[in-house]
Ligand binder design. Structure first.
Ligand SMILES: [Zn+2]
Length: 268
């Protein structure tokens, strides 16, 4: 062992014994900030689009084996667009990125959190408008190119009550016309894409277009410009207006139009 190695080993040993070396759990050594989970759990309670197959977990094993050790394993099945999930551009734009083709750079970056909770509370069919973003800019500075814009409607507090969160707990094609929840106005989607060059958009409702949408224009505007979306996020109330970093990594489904998404934020 060299002198340098010995010194490293000594300091590591000292850290094991000295309380001064340990940091409180809420201040992790890496990445140097508080971690916030932006994803809901997947279970039989998870909210899915009325026409999408829900999440299923099938127990394969859960118990002691003849060899004397414990073993657990499950099968799961899910549609792409349920729970906290990514929409890949190909979802509404033929020939554009599927899930595995989206560059990691599009899924990670500086978050801008725009709060439309008050308007969404008054009006379930509210659509975040360009004016909401320009008002945000007046208070916080311009939304920079490459920002990940997160729209906070406050709807995640209604999860997983589908009747409140989606506007209806009914399932099937007829239920789609009964959906009521806030989303992003197409004019604002175009403004964010073209004048602010954002790299991704996310929100805490089931769809980037509001519940009453029939043409899904915000989906089409964003995805034709290769801007993916994150839907059914949670804990946006824990993020500052700006300064958080988002890491939103979907299950890497080849050819997928969407995928379950584990998204986190790092508060520095
Ligand atoms: Zn989706």
């Amino acid at each position: 062992m060299s002198i340098r190695h010995a010194a490293v080993a000594l300091s590591a040993a000292a850290c094991f014994s000295a309380m001064a070396c340990s940091r409180p759990a809420e201040s992790p050594r890496w990445p140097g900030g508080t971690l916030v989970d932006l994803s809901h759990e997947y279970s039989d309670q998870t909210v899915f689009w009325p026409t999408a197959d829900p999440f299923k977990l099938e127990k394969v094993a859960d118990g002691m084996t003849p060899q004397g050790y414990y073993y657990a394993a499950n099968n799961f099945a899910t549609s792409e667009h349920g729970g906290t999930h990514l929409d890949a551009p190909v979802h509404f734009a033929k020939g554009h990125w599927s899930v595995e083709q989206i560059p990691l750079d599009r899924l990670t970056g500086d978050a801008v959190v725009v709060d439309v909770t008050a308007a969404s509370g008054r009006q379930p069919d509210y659509r975040a408008a360009t004016g909401d973003f320009t008002a945000w800019e007046a208070a916080n500075g311009q939304i920079g190119p490459g920002a990940i814009v997160l729209i906070r409607t406050g709807y995640s507090k209604l999860w997983p009550d589908a009747a409140k969160y989606l506007g209806t707990a009914e399932r099937g094609q007829e239920a789609v016309a009964k959906l009521h929840f806030p989303g992003l106005h197409p004019d604002a989607a175009k403004w964010l894409a073209e004048t602010r060059k954002v790299k991704a958009v996310g929100l805490d409702t089931a769809s980037i277009d509001y519940g009453q949408s029939t043409l899904y224009e915000s989906h089409r505007i964003l995805y034709e410009r290769d801007i993916p979306a994150f839907e059914n996020l949670t804990n946006l109330d824990r993020l500052p207006a700006r300064g958080a970093i988002v890491i939103a990594l979907p299950m890497k489904i080849k050819g997928g139009s969407g995928a379950p998404l584990r998204a986190i934020a790092i508060l520095r």
